[in-house]
Design a protein around this ligand. Sequence first.
Ligand code: ADP
Length: 491
Amino acid sequence: MKILMVSSEAEPFAKAGGLGDAVSALSRALSRAGHEVRVVLPRYYCIDRSKLEAVDGPLGVKMGGPSGCEEWAGVYKSYLPGSTVEVYFVDHERYFGRDGIYGSKAEPDFPDNPERFAFLCRASFGLCRRLGWIPDILHAHDWPGSLAPVFLRHEEANSEFAKTASVLTIHNLGYQGVYPKEAFAAFRLPWELFHGAGFEFFDKVNLLKAGLLSADILTTVSPSYAREIQTPASGFGLDGLLRHRSSDLVGILNGVDLDEWDPETDLRIPARYSPSKMAGKDKCKAALQKELGLPVDSTKPLVGMVGRLTEQKGVGELFGPLYGSAYRVCADMALQFAVLGSGEKWCEDELRALSGRLPNFKAIIGFDERLAHLVEAGSDFFLMPSRYEPCGLNQMYSLRYGTLPIVHRTGGLSDTVENYNQDTGAGTGFTFDQLTPRAVYDTVGWAVWAWYNRKEHVAAMRARAMAKRFSWEHSAAEYAKLYQCAIERGC
Ligand code: ADP
């Protein structure tokens, strides 16, 4: 199949979170399975043009605005490293010639984002025409890609794209691309479609909503999350729409990049290890303790955490200054706690304060890939108390690194971590049902108890966890089946 990915992120070119990992890994896996995959991305300012191949001639892209005008896009080309997947970069100084993917420190969400990503989406069609390459599947990702299925349905239904089927993947329903309704003018769509294509959301424009109504097939990144987003508690106002489209909505678990995240081959960690040779893990633990300034001590369990410090990740329940459980966890329990993350300022400040107050707690504020690998390898447990988690990568990395996850049973966390059974020793981690500071405290306490009192269970769980494989090959095969079904439906 010919598959076009329309995305705002694809590592290593542009990544703000799990979306960038998923788009590239899925594209590579589909390509390895014999499909022809191409990716369209903006040429953000941070992507060095001199390392890309220029594609001849600028591309005219019709945009809205008061008079309606044509904007010109430069086009560049490269490949996803280690693959034959072609990546096309749409270049436009005014839209993408600035720091930041979605926003900057000064302006966390660029107000012209609807226009920027409308430009990306419409340019994708022009690009395919230019290349004489019409995809069987247009696979759009999250709200920035959402206009691609809208344009396909409402502008390209009778063009050479008439047979192209569209798939839209929700990587995180919490981000929908909601903007003042005036933004609609930039899309150059008739105003009837403000309602007709479903953009309208409490008198604003909602890009994801329009995409969800226009795409032939909807997916999200775990089976549990596919169910949860159809409930009012987790639907972010779109649960009714998602229930309406329930028969077209499928949850496919993301894989992990086993070339990047494998303790047997990982060169970012000080020693490598495998289920039969675990000594390397002890070395990683000592190196992590040393690097963070924690006492080097193999007798105490080390709980690690890596991620964005946002409410979604449960940081309120954990680090909330008045009610969070982290202080008591560290004060009451014989453990060490290491955090790597960046995000909301109050949380960064709180982590710094806790690092100063508690001898067994250390936080590194920042984004550091090497250190993320070291935390995964050097910790005994990995805490992920996410309020909601569409899929989550870190718990899958943790399993692979023999670092038992302690997680809220939600979304992808419930699809990947099996709860410990104290009687039989079964399981691969520790889970709790309701996210409260108390539940986090108790579950960390349970894991620490098992570490000291059920050593043989912990060792067996580790081996079981490390044997788990969440491969992209498997996920890509699921997507391929879905694409085939979309094509056969004649969408
Ligand atoms: P999300 O996409 O919601 O941020 P995921 O667990 O799906 O969460 O993916 C997060 C990715 O970003 C993982 O690869 C994780 O290791 C990485 N990451 C998050 N925060 C940091 C950080 N501070 N330093 C290094 N890597 C990080």
